[in-house]
Design a protein around this ligand. Structure first.
Ligand SMILES: Cc1cc2nc3c(=O)[nH]c(=O)nc-3n(C[C@H](O)[C@H](O)[C@H](O)COP(=O)(O)O)c2cc1C
Ligand code: SF4
Ligand code: SF4
Length: 269
């Protein structure tokens, strides 16, 4: 079973590739959370996977919040009770794959802490670099289309190599941590999480053709159309999917996004 989150399609692509290679089922975290589906059953020996983008050098808060509430039953008993001497009902392989534009800071430590608080232990994790999606601040820009394609090709090769390792339940950690990781994850990230729900800087220009694509693509269902134009309703995770997916680039985020172009994995008009 694979739980995943994706704003702009990169992590969805990774999750779908892993699910196909591992013959696993996929569960979209925002949908499950919206519907209050927090209880799942795994067969004895089944792998539990998570796939998500790195947001400000940590897992997105909504992923950590979901894990906190998640209850997984393995075989005959729940994981919380699963430390029995026979090991019956024990979760035996837990992994995550994260996508990032560049590097992940201490994403692994934050994730590990979240699962260890549930008495689960992390068996494997890896990061794959995918095209950048964050352009909500001065100085952040998208990859060139050539570079974006190179990253996608390279990540597909990496996944081809990771799938057999996950099938074999190998224990490993292969993360691109990057520089100043402690500072980024433990000082910058909390500030990002406090402001990430603030969608008040989003606005729409006169170019809007009232197609409703932004409503459709928002993973949190945070956008409604009012007189044909998007209205943001304060439950945002700053994934930027609405911005990137608008067919006429009519959405902007303050001045930061102006003229920076769009990217959305496998974008369809
Ligand atoms: C709000 C936000 C924060 C991000 N923070 C980071 C980061 O800390 N490090 C990094 O390398 N990439 C960062 N990125 C880039 C994404 O992790 C990367 O593009 C990812 O593949 C997007 O996945 P998605 O298409 O599934 O949403 C960020 C993107 C967004 C939208
Ligand atoms: S996706 Fe763009 S054009 Fe379509 S309704 Fe939203 S803002 Fe308007
Ligand atoms: S409003 Fe836009 S940025 Fe916020 S969660 Fe929805 S799609 Fe993502």
């Amino acid at each position: 079973m694979i739980f995943y989150f994706s704003g702009c399609g990169n992590s969805r692509h990774v999750a779908e590739t892993l699910a196909a290679g591992l013959n696993d089922t996929l569960i979209f975290i925002p949908e499950a959370a919206r519907e209050g589906r927090y209880e799942y059953e795994l067969a004895e020996g089944e792998r539990l996977g998570f796939v998500f983008p790195v947001y400000s050098w940590a897992p997105p808060k909504l992923v950590i919040d979901f894990i906190e509430k998640l209850k997984v039953k393995v075989g005959p008993s729940t994981l919380r009770q699963a430390q029995g001497p026979q090991g019956s009902g024990t979760l035996n392989y837990l992994y995550f794959a994260c996508t990032c534009g560049d590097n992940c800071g201490h994403t692994e430590r934050v994730f590990r802490k979240a699962v260890e608080e549930k008495s689960w232990s992390l068996s494997a994790c890896f990061s794959v670099q995918m095209p950048e999606t964050y352009i909500g601040m001065a100085g952040f820009k998208l990859d060139t289309s050539k570079n974006a394609q190179l990253k996608i090709n390279r990540s597909d090769d990496m996944l081809t190599r990771y799938i057999p390792r996950l099938i074999n339940k190998e224990h490993f950690s292969e993360m691109v941590v990057g520089s100043l990781a402690w500072l980024k994850t433990y000082l910058v990230n909390p500030g990002f999480n406090r402001s990430a729900t603030d969608d008040s800087k989003y606005y729409v220009t006169e170019a809007c053709i009232h197609c409703g694509k932004c409503v459709e693509v928002c993973p949190l269902k945070n956008i409604t159309l009012e007189e044909g134009c998007p209205k943001w309703n304060g439950n945002c995770t700053m994934c930027m999917a609405c911005y990137h997916h608008c067919p006429v680039n009519a959405i902007q985020y303050g001045k930061a996004t102006v003229g920076k172009g769009q990217y959305y994995f496998g974008k369809k008009g």
